[in-house]
Design a protein around this ligand. Sequence first.
Ligand SMILES: [Zn+2]
Length: 296
Amino acid sequence: MQNRFIDSLSELPKPLATALIPLLNEEFCGHIDASQLAELVNISGMPEDKLLLSILPIAAALAKPSISEFYVGAIAKGESGDIYMGANFELSSEALFHTVHAEQSAISHAWLNGEQKIVDIIVNFSPCGHCRQFMNELVNGININIHLPGQQPQLLAHYLPYAFGPADLQVTKPLLSKSNIEFSLNSDDPMIIEAVDQAGLSYAPYTSNLASVVLETKDGHTYCGRYAENAAFNPSMMPMQMALSNLIRHNRDYSDINRAVLIESSAGKISLANATMDTLQAVSAVELEHIFVDPS
Ligand SMILES: [Zn+2]
């Protein structure tokens, strides 16, 4: 079991902790599939909604809040029945805008695994305004059930009345909608091919700047992030932040990064290159490889 879960496990009811231990192996990054979840419900004898609130300390253990030391854990439950944990991360000594919130981490975790709809968000503190706006970008976002310790579940509509969202800007396919834009690029570099595929799955309805980042670690593993824009612009999630959040969920260290690639559509109104380099420089001496690709 990974050391980062030891303290959190002691906060869980004993039967649940015992049932969870085999899942918390070296590979664990916060994804529990529907059949594993059903088994946890079975073994622990707890109803699923109570169980999900009880395992929030495990999600919070994925956090890297280097500035605040405030551990936030979230769980996104996808339409498939799988659950995806996420947690906040902050870059020490750097500007606060680099921060990823727990809800963003959990939702991006689900998106990277192919989920097309989130039905529930379970989080250990009330979602901040930024996250309420981020969630409102999702397919059927206003009807996501928000579960908080000690509170009745409420729809996002309750937490975000008079919401401004993608429909106000005539966007009809919100975040997590199925989409796959093809780009033409000749490369036999697997990391570049992966990054181009991920850029095609990204979400940039406001700038057309479809983009992705792939980080490769020294042992050859890759961790990607896709660009996820927001109708209110500022809550947009940068692909580098999503990739770093992915790396941290996998218990990897910044010092493991060996290569970093940013792919952007040549049809975009903006470029994420400067912002991406700025973030990368904060964590690694690796130089950013930056490639524009043409929609085919
Ligand atoms: Zn937040």
